[in-house]
Write a protein that binds this ligand. Structure first.
Ligand SMILES: C[S@@+](CC[C@H](N)C(=O)[O-])C[C@H]1O[C@@H](n2cnc3c(N)ncnc32)[C@H](O)[C@@H]1O
Length: 211
């Protein structure tokens, strides 16, 4: 798990990303936040300093244990960790102001993405906000071989062979889909898409509201 954090640091500025999300969503001390697919807890731990309660959900007990340890070491006590997933988490606490999910939804095929998005919509307060960052394809698929080759090459150069192989495996086996599919699914789930941004042909960021 520590290795995951170290690899991510070579590809992302997680601290800067987290700060930008907290500012964008105006997360404040009276708000309740849910993170789905929390992983090693980088976002959850920082966001917990700014909100009332942070609910951190992941299907991986190992990720949750690691995140729990990190939170404890940093004296953070307002995170509730839940061993559950997009399709099983049942929110039974104060209504949610904000839901965040980063680099996790591509683990679900499109049908189940819509089920997950509808569940998120139902969990949020009216006027609540949903921030989704994920691997989403916005490149022209006519040249997909070159695109994937360059992507894997770049990951390898930044982080090493292991992560390059993981990326190749993810391209083959996981459920990354098109920008227009995700935008359609978000709207079908009831969200208003306030912002949709695409980076490098494979990263997307959406800011959505429940009107
Ligand atoms: C690539 S990691 C991203 C972790 C973190 N959000 C980040 O941005 O670094 C994907 C995470 O999603 C979790 N995950 C996979 N399938 C999931 C599901 N169905 N529901 C919730 N979390 C899931 C994995 O266990 C893993 O912790």
């Amino acid at each position: 798990m520590q290795a995951y954090d170290l690899q991510m640091q070579k590809l992302r500025d997680t601290k800067q990303e987290t700060k930008a999300i907290i500012d964008l969503l105006h997360i404040s001390r009276d708000q309740n936040v849910l993170e789905l697919g929390t992983g090693t807890g980088e976002f959850a731990i920082e966001a917990a300093r700014h909100c009332a309660t942070l609910h951190a959900v992941d299907v991986s007990p190992a990720m949750l244990d690691h995140a729990r340890q990190k939170a404890k070491l940093q004296g953070i006590s307002n995170i509730r960790f839940h061993h559950a997933g997009f399709l099983t988490y049942e929110h039974q606490d104060e209504p949610l102001d904000v839901v965040v999910s980063q680099l996790a939804m591509h683990h679900l095929p499109d049908f189940w993405k819509l089920v997950a998005l509808r569940r998120i919509f139902e969990m949020l307060k009216k006027g609540g906000r949903f921030y989704l960052m994920d691997i989403v394809y916005s490149f022209e698929p006519g040249n997909y071989e070159d695109f994937f080759y360059n992507w894997i090459e770049n990951v390898g150069q930044a982080t090493g062979e292991e992560m390059a192989q993981d990326t190749a495996m993810a391209i083959q086996k996981e459920f990354q889909t098109f920008d227009w599919v995700i935008e359609g699914l978000l709207k079908r789930a009831g969200f208003h898409v306030e912002k949709a941004e695409y980076y490098e042909g494979f990263i997307a960021v959406y800011l959505c509201t429940c009107d």
